[in-house]
Design a protein around this ligand. Structure first.
Ligand code: AMP
Ligand code: MG
Length: 416
């Protein structure tokens, strides 16, 4: 990550679009490249473009079980042909077949030389070693042409794609044994706050359980990063500084939750500034206004807010983009476009920040619509579990009425 100071826009709320541009400009891949057997490549980031070394399919072949013929042989109107061969998948016909005959052929089997059309078996009658074909036959039908899928030299998968099962299939189709992929991004995760108790321990007075760390850990794992749980830290500047400084030595990125706002017990920003630099920390984003992006040595630092909803939303909306870029996956770093649907209910006044409301899909007046969760308080973790995605509302001072088109993104599209 560049240490240039242009991120430091301390005096105003940085609009989200500007934050994205800064991230795209400034955040470069930090992960090295390794060669990995194809069977272990799912979810990994492709380091070099995948180019086809061969043509697929390599030969013309039958798309059906049936009879291969030459369309020219049928021009006389004759529909009864001798059966000259039987060609199964994986067993090409070695001989030149006599003209005026048909070859019994199976799906995926290579077309015999000179034959150009397949008639499906359901349309044929077999009588005494001959086949009787139907009247109407379209020349060239039911044949898959060589190269119909892709040609040698075609660009198949761009570098920077996090490989999905279908990408693994495509790589296998060109005979790939191993691929060059980015090393996994190492992400260290802390939670902060004197009030937090570990699940399993009894709750003391004034305590709540630490829910953010397990939640963020699961989200980061779903995004494909190598997550190290670095535990829970107290609201003490010295303790934060020591722990962050040590962790920065062997992680590519550090993430904390809590303690990043302006309260007297919020020491995360001061700790980062002691050890490194903050690029920005105030975004025009609701929830998630305090969100620190900076670095400590070689490690990027993302300080997420403590309210459970704010911590997850700011990870999904901003942190994810930073992390995927660090991981060499600019394609995954893009904020998904989402789908535009009508609001199924009034959504309130957005105010001077872009809003991300928790919501779900619902049918309204026979149309698909989005409905907000009944409470949008950013401290309610139940609102995250009770919704299926985020509704984006641009900043504005007018109430967003029911029926207004809004952009919806499913959590699934943001947790990958
Ligand atoms: P903070 O950002 O530290 O001021 O925290 C804001 C609110 O989020 C407070 O009510 C905290 O108790 C709560 N909070 C902070 N961290 C966590 C966490 N890891 N799990 C659950 N709640 C948290
Ligand atoms: Mg706190």
């Amino acid at each position: 990550m560049s240490t240039d100071d242009c991120f430091a826009i301390d005096h105003r709320l940085l609009p989200l679009t500007e934050a994205y541009s800064l991230i795209a400009e400034r955040v470069a891949p930090v992960t090295g490249i390794e060669t990995v057997p194809l069977a272990s490549c799912a979810g990994r980031v492709l380091a070099d473009p995948l180019v086809a070394p061969l043509t697929q399919p390599p030969f013309d072949n039958s798309a059906m079980d049936g009879f291969a013929v030459r369309a020219a042989d049928l021009e006389s109107g004759n529909r009864r042909l001798d059966i000259s061969a039987r060609i199964a998948a994986g067993h090409p016909s070695q001989d030149e077949l006599p003209p005026g005959t048909a070859a019994e052929i199976f799906t995926g089997a290579p077309m015999p030389a000179g034959f150009d059309t397949v008639v499906m078996v359901e349309d044929c009658k077999i009588e005494d070693g001959t086949v009787v074909l139907p009247e109407k036959i379209k020349p060239g039908s039911n044949v898959r042409k060589a190269g119909g899928d892709f040609q040698q030299g075609d660009a198949l998968i761009p570098a920077g794609r996090r490989l999905r099962p279908q990408d693994i299939g495509l790589a296998a189709a060109i005979g790939t044994l191993k691929l060059s992929v980015r090393k996994r991004l190492k992400v260290g995760l802390f939670s902060t706050g004197d009030e937090l108790a570990a699940p399993g321990a009894p709750l003391g007075p004034g305590q709540i359980y630490d829910s953010n760390r397990p939640m963020l850990r699961a989200a980061l794992q779903a995004m494909g990063f190598e997550v190290t749980d670095l535990g829970h830290l107290p609201d003490k500047l010295d303790a934060l500084t020591t722990a962050f400084g040590l962790a920065a030595l062997d992680q590519d990125a550090l993430i904390s939750t809590g303690g990043v706002s302006v309260g007297g017990e919020d020491h995360v920003r001061a700790a980062i500034e002691r050890l490194g630099q903050i690029f920005f920390w105030k975004l025009a984003l609701k929830p998630g206004k305090p969100l620190a992006l900076g670095h400590i040595g070689q490690a990027a630092f993302i300080g997420l807010p403590g309210n459970p909803v704010s911590s997850l939303v700011s990870l999904l909306v901003v942190g994810r983009s930073v992390l995927h870029r660090l991981a060499g996956a600019p394609l995954d770093a893009e904020f998904p476009a989402g789908v535009t649907l009508k609001a199924g209910a009034g959504l309130g006044v957005p105010g001077n920040r872009v809003n991300f409301l928790r919501g779900s899909l619902a049918e309204k007046d026979g149309e698909l619509a989005v409905l907000p969760y009944f409470s949008q308080d950013s401290s309610l973790i139940s609102s995250l579990a009770g919704s299926s995605g985020l509704i984006e509302l641009a900043a504005g001072d007018k109430p967003v009425e029911a029926g207004t088109p809004v952009v919806y993104r499913a959590y699934d599209s943001l947790m990958r």
